[in-house]
Ligand binder design. Structure first.
Ligand SMILES: Cc1cc2nc3c(=O)[nH]c(=O)nc-3n(C[C@H](O)[C@H](O)[C@H](O)COP(=O)(O)OP(=O)(O)OC[C@H]3O[C@@H](n4cnc5c(N)ncnc54)[C@H](O)[C@@H]3O)c2cc1C
Length: 409
């Protein structure tokens, strides 16, 4: 055993979510001789988290969103990795079993941020939400990012009177400009969601006579208002799950710091991929970069391509709902006219159709696409994606990025 020929013979993977499952699938396909052990703390690992809100909306059954795993791996579900001993290249799990590795892959994902002290997510996540609370009278969703918007629309699809509370000035304020935020708000309101922006949720309140009192429980807002709530869903973002790496003495900033090889900068035998990894100062917290990292690492560790590197991801983020199409990427909040003042040549191309709630905006700098928003119409999304991913300069006529009329989009 060992890695005399540069190929790791025993690979231990901690975490079997979106990144871990993709990694073991690719590694097995590229080199079936590698012995792979996978530990995952969940009883039911490897499901597609991006489809969870579809489960909540009733579009998918929980069992439909399972991710495929290759046969022949030693998969241990409900088992957490507890300690990494780097000197002996061993990991001790929650059952006390010791695992030896040539390469250790951390794919531990992220954990939810809590907007107020002592709040805890219910056990079982979305399954719990759909099974036990499908008929909850009045849900309040806290956090108006992508997940909060998706969740509010999913609950509204169950004809529940949903309130969405967001501390930012408008929905998705880190992704969208004011105009797109206002259009998106209109979409939610049409779907029956009450939107409260510009004020945080400061904590849960019980009714005057406790949770079952006549006025019932609710959520207190920063401005003092109380919104009645039978169910509170917290979607206030995530932070990388790095406790295991930190206890092992690996360099951690927001995430486990990795090089382009996806190896920890503190240990060439330990790798990190997905939401727990920090690469070139960026923690990617979406599925596509996690999959790209998983594939690069599988290529390296299998011996298929020992020079494979992850150099960063330029991906579009999509909102997946039946009510609205949205793709957003890069520097999308740049104000129209910003380029007139900035030293670098920044241009903003935008079109909108208020009646159809369509808004398209493309930000370019020095003839390259650096960001954009496509709301309400994704007919040019593939053209835009190609332009965003390419390193070459754009042609002078850019209307094809926002319109299919007369263009190639
Ligand atoms: C509801 C929801 C909706 C989302 N929607 C989208 C979307 O539409 N588009 C998009 O791009 N992204 C979306 N995301 C984000 C996307 O799911 C993540 O970026 C992706 O799951 C990251 O993959 P990962 O493998 O790093 O982490 P995860 O998929 O979270 O997997 C981590 C796994 O590690 C396990 N683990 C952690 N610590 C240990 C330990 N010590 N021992 C053993 N196991 C451990 C966990 O149990 C978990 O199974 C969504 C996320 C959620 C929760």
């Amino acid at each position: 055993m060992g890695r005399e020929d540069g190929v790791a013979r025993r690979v231990l993977v901690v975490g079997c979510g979106m990144a871990g499952a993709r990694f073991v699938g690719r590694l097995t396909a590229l080199n079936p001789d590698i012995r792979i052990t996978v530990l995952d703390g969940e009883q039911r690992p490897a499901y597609n988290r991006t489809l969870l809100t579809g489960v909540l909306a009733g579009r998918h059954h929980p069992e439909d969103i399972a991710l495929p795993l290759p046969p022949g791996i030693d998969l241990r579900t409900g088992v957490r990795a507890v300690t990494v001993h780097r000197a002996t290249r061993t990991v001790v799990d929650s059952t006390g079993t010791e695992h030896t590795y040539d390469a250790l892959v951390l794919a531990t994902g992220s954990r939810p941020r809590h907007p107020w002290p002592r709040s805890r997510p219910g056990p079982g996540g979305c399954r719990h939400l759909t099974d036990d609370h499908a008929d909850a009278g009045a849900p309040v969703v806290v956090g108006g990012g992508l997940l909060g918007v998706e969740t509010a629309l999913a609950l509204a699809a169950r004809t529940l009177p949903v309130t969405l509370v967001h501390r930012g000035p408008h929905l998705l304020h880190r992704h969208l400009d004011t105009r797109a935020g206002a259009l998106l708000r209109g979409v939610l309101e049409d779907a029956g969601v009450t939107v409260r922006t510009g004020t945080p949720a400061s904590g849960p309140v019980d009714g005057p006579d406790g949770p079952d009192g006549p006025e019932g429980p609710g959520v207190r807002l920063g401005n003092g208002d109380v919104v009645g709530a039978d169910l509170v869903v917290l979607t206030s973002g995530t932070r990388p799950r790095v406790g295991l790496a930190r206890r092992a003495g690996l360099p951690v900033r927001s995430g486990v710091v990795v090089a382009d090889t996806l190896a920890s900068v503190g240990d060439p035998d330990v790798y990190a991929i997905g939401d727990c990894a920090e690469h070139r100062g960026v923690v990617h917290d979406t599925a596509v970069p996690a999959w790209q990292q998983a594939e690069v690492l599988a290529a390296r560790l299998s011996g298929h391509d020992r020079h494979a590197r992850f150099t960063g991801a330029r991906t579009l983020t999509r909102l997946i709902t039946k009510d609205v199409d949205l793709a957003v990427f890069g520097e999308a909040t740049t104000a129209i006219g910003a380029g007139l003042r900035a030293a670098a040549r920044t241009d903003v191309l935008s079109v909108s159709d208020d009646r159809r709630r369509v808004y398209k905006k493309i930000v370019t700098r020095d003839d390259r696409v650096v960001g954009g928003i496509l709301l309400g119409d994704l007919s040019t999304v593939d053209t835009v994606r190609r332009a965003y991913e390419t390193t070459g300069p754009l042609p002078p006529d850019r209307l094809h990025l926002v319109s299919t009329l007369g263009g190639d989009g």
